[in-house]
Every structure is written in C-alpha cells, then in structure tokens.
Design a protein. Structure first.
Length: 99
C-alpha cells in the first residue's frame, strides 16, 4: 500500500512537471512565432525598399538613355546641315583622279 501511494505521488509529480514543461514550451513557441513574424515583416519592408530603389535607378537609366538618343539625333542633324555637300563637287574630284 505504501509503495502504491509512493508511485501515485511520483506520478502526480511527473504530471505536474509535464504540464509545466508544456506550458513553457507553448510560451516559447508563442515568442518564437512573434519573432518570426517581426523578422518576416522587416524582410518584406527591406525587399520592398530595394525594389523601389531599383525601379528609381532603372527609370533614371531610361531617362539618360532617352536624353542620349535625343542628343545623338540632334548631333547627326547638325553634322548633316553643317557639312552639306554641294551637287557636282564629288564628280569633279572623281574626274581629276581618273585622268
């Protein structure tokens, strides 16, 4: 009888320890989930900021490219108008070298 009482007492103590352990585990998991949610939010914010920065950089490069294209066109138009070759000049030079 004493041995049965001792076993019941030991079992009750083990049950209490198990319940306490489960409670600590639940609390630890709750904290871990909260930390994971915060880390995920920070990661999402960082990713969004990086994407916005990339978009701004890409837009700047596209603007620079458009400016360069416009400048190239203007330069070509200027070159064509400044160095206009009069008709017949090339023919006269060609005739000299053929003689």
């Amino acid at each position: 009888a004493e041995r049965a009482a001792a076993i019941r007492s030991q079992r009750s103590e083990c049950d209490v320890l198990l319940l306490q352990s489960e409670a600590r585990h639940r609390i630890a998991m709750k904290h871990l989930r909260a930390e994971m949610a915060e880390a995920e939010a920070r990661h999402n914010d960082s990713t969004l900021a990086s994407r916005r920065e990339f978009a701004r950089h890409l837009e700047s490069l596209q603007d620079i490219s458009r400016i360069g294209d416009t400048a190239d066109e203007e330069f070509q138009e200027t070159q064509m108008s400044e160095f206009h070759v009069h008709p017949g000049i090339g023919d006269a030079v060609d005739e000299e070298f053929q003689d």
